[in-house]
Design a binder for this molecule. Structure first.
Ligand code: NG1
Length: 365
């Protein structure tokens, strides 16, 4: 592994960082122009930059111990370099001259667990570029460019939630986001709340193809209902006229938006938990993006003292579960749920609260 000091031969010109995100409520709503409530993760991605003196772009990821080098007229191969190159090319498209750079990346946001390590990389890269080159870029525009980098360069057809959260959320408040207008505001977590996130250890194999299938179903449901997007459905009962499976897909999105709006206005911890449970059951039964392992993990979390609600978080088909509990209960509840879940050789691991340094993630259980 190459340290930042040895990569740059001293200190870099600039250093910036950005968090991952965990979505508490509002799943599969962003591409339906709807609402969501993510918080920032304590884990962050750091990007350091200096001008390159050999005329080439050189990217190094200390997490992957991987290198990418290309000439200014060339491009990065697919992989972590394409997210960084995407940010650079889109900043150039805004009229900013970007010189060849050396870029050093390091992250403790878990990759592939649904905490948006890609958005953290994009947002940290754009923050570092803004700091080095001194151009004007507000945090919402920054999130939009980060999303375009993901869609156009990493070829992932994502909504705007991840980049908005990484750019604007913090750890102690939820960020209410309206995906259509990009209006956003910080909303306090319910009083005395603590967050648990556990990776199920199941890779999100079908996430890509099924994600696109769900998006297409939502678009078809909107067409049949005569609305621009499911966010525009005024009468929740109107979705009941749709043919299956569109009826259940649309019902999830419409009800999920209502849950977010209720939670964003301030509810008790217990009510927030009920809304999370309802979200999970809707994702499982109506949206059909859960798997038995996520259902089991959520049930185990719900059974622990102090836990008020649990749901899958992210696209589904694997990845992580998020739970909310009373302050002071998170560590014990997470460890007990994980212990039970990991019987029979499963590879679940604690992501939040962040396991103590020096320990393997699941050594604490
Ligand atoms: P995850 O599964 O956390 O990557 C994906 C989308 C989000 C959103 C959620 C479902 C990507 C990169 N992100 O999140 O925009 O649509 O699913 O709510 O695909």
């Amino acid at each position: 592994m190459v340290t930042s000091d040895s990569f740059f031969g001293g200190a870099p010109e600039v250093n910036a960082s950005a968090p991952g995100r965990v979505n508490l409520l509002g799943e599969h709503t962003d591409y339906n122009d709807g609402y969501m409530l993510p918080v920032a993760t304590p884990q962050r991605t750091t990007v350091a930059l200096s001008r390159s003196n050999d005329g080439h772009f050189v990217f190094y990821s200390s997490t992957l111990d991987a290198n990418v080098t290309f000439a200014p007229e060339g491009s990065a191969p697919s992989g972590f370099g394409s997210y960084i190159e995407g940010c650079i090319r889109l900043v150039e498209a805004e009229g900013v001259q970007v010189p060849p750079l050396r870029v050093w990346v390091s992250t403790d946001v878990p990759v592939g667990s649904g905490l948006s390590s890609s958005a953290a990389l994009e947002v940290a890269t754009l923050r570092a570029l803004r700091q080095m080159l001194g151009f004007e870029l507000d945090d919402v525009k920054l999130a939009r460019i980060a999303q375009r980098a993901e869609i156009e360069f990493a070829r992932v057809n994502c909504g705007i939630m991840d980049q908005m959260a990484s750019s604007l959320a913090d750890e102690s408040n939820m960020l209410f986001i309206d995906a259509r207008t990009l209006e956003h505001r910080l909303a306090p977590l319910p009083p005395d709340a603590e967050i648990i996130v556990i990776d199920s250890g199941i890779a999100r194999k079908l996430a890509g193809s099924k994600y696109n299938e769900r998006r297409a179903e939502c678009e078809e449901a909107s067409r049949k209902l005569g609305v621009t997007a499911l966010r525009d459905v005024q009468d929740p009962a109107s979705v009941e006229t749709l043919p299956e499976p569109l009826r259940r897909r649309a019902r999830h999105v419409v009800q999920e938006n209502l849950r977010v709006l209720e939670a964003a206005n301030g509810v008790s911890l217990e009510r927030f938990g009920e809304l999370m449970d309802a979200s999970h059951f809707s994702l499982r039964d109506d949206y059909e993006v859960s798997i038995p392992e996520l259902d089991e993990l959520c049930a185990l979390l719900r059974a622990q003292e102090g836990v008020v609600g649990a749901r899958l978080t992210g696209a589904g088909f694997g990845g992580a579960c998020v739970a909310l509990c009373k302050a002071g209960y998170a560590q014990r509840a997470a460890e007990a749920a994980l212990n039970e879940y990991n019987k029979n050789g499963r590879q679940g691991r604690l992501l939040i609260p962040v396991p103590h340094e020096g320990k393997e993630n699941n050594e604490s259980v």
